[in-house]
Design a protein around this ligand. Structure first.
Ligand code: TXA
Ligand code: MG
Length: 308
């Protein structure tokens, strides 16, 4: 296993993907600080949308390099890490984790998995590893290496085999930014255990789609500026966000029409234009509806709906 972990670290360092065991389910991991590597996770999974990802750390100290810890978070980490509890916390201003991993949000999910192989991998890599469950989009989370092979066949990523996962369901996700923490996903750590330690937390409404239910958080980043899709040119005052050949573009998602590059740039470029304080809107050139283009268009659409 030592050599395998070394090999995995090498792959991550080169921007590649590695599947690894955790106590909950197998994760599909990439260097959290490498935008392009993070983009390739979505491509590999065939995910039609950019959900924010969990950054896996080997202890609270590593987490503290990237997110702001409050007293509640520290208490929870002390009690339940390593273990199936993911905490969503504010990104530090100098946070080196890819903005794509946060799907543009100003928060980052961090978790310390209770699995010796995962911990050794993160420790040797020395940086957080972002990883969604290692299944293909629309399939169930893998709890054995066999499940990964079932999903990917010959295209299976390099995988560290840790045998069957003990918990078998994903981690509990707790939003820990406000006064009162809120459950975002029920999972491997019982909420009762959490409440024993820190008192009542906000639980999601039964109706998951209730638009303004308490405890529902903004899970999608949208720029403050109005955003227009499939634009061929900018109107007066707008910034043109290019794709492909576009000499007029203020920024370009990918001049070579590379969708992985475009995904890697998406959120950081929207932020840049939004923060420039000199445009009235963002006009985005057409991005093809194929491969990662589906996820890019999905995000652009959500961002453009915002003003209703
Ligand atoms: O047990 C687990 O958590 C597994 C293993 C591999 O660690 N991972 C996992 O990742 O289930 P994924 O990507 O399938 O689910 C991550 C969940 C999603 O529901 C996502 O919306 C939420 O965490 N999440 C991640 N970052 C977030 C953020 N900044 N704000 C709100 N929710 C976030
Ligand atoms: Mg999943």
């Amino acid at each position: 296993m030592k050599d395998k972990v070394k090999q995995a670290v090498q792959i991550l360092t080169n921007g590649g993907l590695v599947a690894f065991p955790t106590e909950t389910v197998y994760g599909l991991g990439a260097d959290a600080t490498n935008d392009t590597a993070v983009a390739s996770i979505y491509a590999k999974k065939g995910r039609p949308s950019f959900n924010p990802l969990i950054a896996h750390v080997d202890n609270a100290q590593m987490a503290a390099r990237y997110v702001k810890l409050n007293e509640t978070a520290k208490k929870l980490m002390d009690a339940f890490w390593p273990g199936p509890l993911t905490l969503v916390l504010p990104r530090k201003s100098n946070c080196a984790v890819s903005l794509l991993a946060s799907a543009g949000l100003d928060t980052l999910a961090v978790r310390c998995p209770k699995n010796p192989i995962a911990l050794e991998l993160i420790h040797q890599f020395g940086k957080p590893i972002v990883a969604p469950s290692a299944n293909k989009s629309g399939r169930i989370s893998p709890t054995t290496v066999g499940h990964i092979i079932d999903d990917y066949g010959d295209e299976a990523p390099f995988t560290l085999d840790g045998g069957p996962c003990q918990v078998g369901v994903e981690s509990t996700v707790l939003l820990c930014t406000g006064e009162k923490p809120a459950v975002l996903r029920y999972g491997g750590l019982a909420v009762e255990e959490i409440e024993k330690l820190i008192g009542p937390v906000i639980r999601p409404e039964k109706d998951e789609d209730a638009p303004h239910s308490p405890g529902q958080m903004k899970s999608h980043y949208a720029p403050a500026l109005p955003l227009r899709m499939n634009a061929l040119a900018a109107f007066d005052g707008e910034a043109l966000l290019g794709f492909g050949h576009a000499p007029e573009a203020v920024l370009n998602l990918s001049e070579t029409e590379d969708l992985t590059e475009a995904a890697a740039n998406l959120f950081s470029m929207m932020h840049q234009l939004d923060n420039a304080q000199k445009y009235t809107g963002i006009a985005v050139m057409p991005v093809p509806m194929e491969g990662l283009g589906l996820a890019i268009n999905d995000r652009l659409k959500r961002a453009s709906y915002k003003r209703g």
